[in-house]
Design a binder for this molecule. Sequence first.
Ligand SMILES: Nc1ncnc2c1ncn2[C@@H]1O[C@H](COP(=O)(O)OP(=O)(O)OP(=O)(O)O)[C@@H](O)[C@H]1O
Ligand code: SF4
Ligand SMILES: [Mg+2]
Length: 349
Amino acid sequence: MAEPVLEVEGLVKHYPLTRGVLFRKQIGSVKAVDGVDFTLGRGETLGIVGESGCGKSTVAKLLCHLERPTAGAIRYRGEDITKLSGKALKAVRRNIQMVFQDPYTSLNPRMTVGDIVGEPYEIHPEAAPKGDRRRRVRELLDVVGLDPEYVNRYPHQFSGGQRQRIGIARGLALRPEIIVADEPVSALDVSVQAQVINLMDRLQAEFELSYVFIAHDLSIVRHISDRVAVMYLGRIVETGTDTEIYDHPTHPYTQALLSAVPVPDPDARERRERIILSGDVPSPADIPSGCRFRTRCFKARERCALEVPALAVPAEFRYATGPAVHDSACLFAEELRVVPAEEHGNGPG
Ligand SMILES: Nc1ncnc2c1ncn2[C@@H]1O[C@H](COP(=O)(O)OP(=O)(O)OP(=O)(O)O)[C@@H](O)[C@H]1O
Ligand code: SF4
Ligand SMILES: [Mg+2]
């Protein structure tokens, strides 16, 4: 594995649930992120997928220091950034930038594109001398495939895909090492999604970037990810290389998600196993005992309510080799090829 740039250990974010106006009393907590571990290698893309509300955006905000964790460590090049403040924190924050989901609301409609892309230099003036910023902004627009002459236009004069390019140019302004992209293409048309993903691919090679790429759609993540982490109710339940996760999933939740990925070929669709998840996602304020997926799992047994499965290579695979051997938080993990080989929706691009 590549040299790690980010190591996340035991990351937790609980939001207090309170009642009462005068005497606010904590009656519980929303366990948005509830013990997440992963490593991001240099130049690598880690895809994080999971249903709405599983804690993806909260992880993104914690990584970019927009939120403080309840517990856990985020080590950037070996240093725990959750412990930093002041100048030291500011220096680190430069290197970890975020690209947001919605290019319609994440850009200030009253600012010109030039001011939006150049805004990071106001916060980090040391990054570029004042006299050089305009030139750099034009260069950034060019890099993301926009005409530098557009520098004085406003966001409403651009299409959704162009606006996301502006968001990416802003993310690149400080020459970060890591970009955390929270559903960067989810709000875009499928044809435009492919263009933006291809752009991100190119920029990754050009600027030696490491990506955390968040999506709720497994097919989008596959195209860009080296490794994938599947989240459920605040935790990662399965993680591995793209081949391990897409072709050899061992966790019932991943298998269910994969069985819902659109398959363009009608024959393959026929042969594909469909797994319907029962019930709704439980509230993150009231997480089931034992395995948190058990209330919706098609394989759940009594033991699942009593034991919390660890995210590790399952015991039955310990002496095995091959792509089924990867971390999976299930007590009864077994390989299930949900989508016929080579025929799953590879998403855009
Ligand atoms: N500031 C907050 N206060 C209380 N609860 C919060 C707060 N922010 C998020 N949550 C809750 O934490 C859980 C995780 O939210 P989060 O936004 O991280 O999910 P997500 O995976 O990004 O979902 P989506 O796919 O819809 O964007 C949700 O139940 C959400 O309601
Ligand atoms: S531990 Fe049990 S409930 Fe959880 S995923 Fe495995 S089989 Fe399902
Ligand atoms: Mg989100």
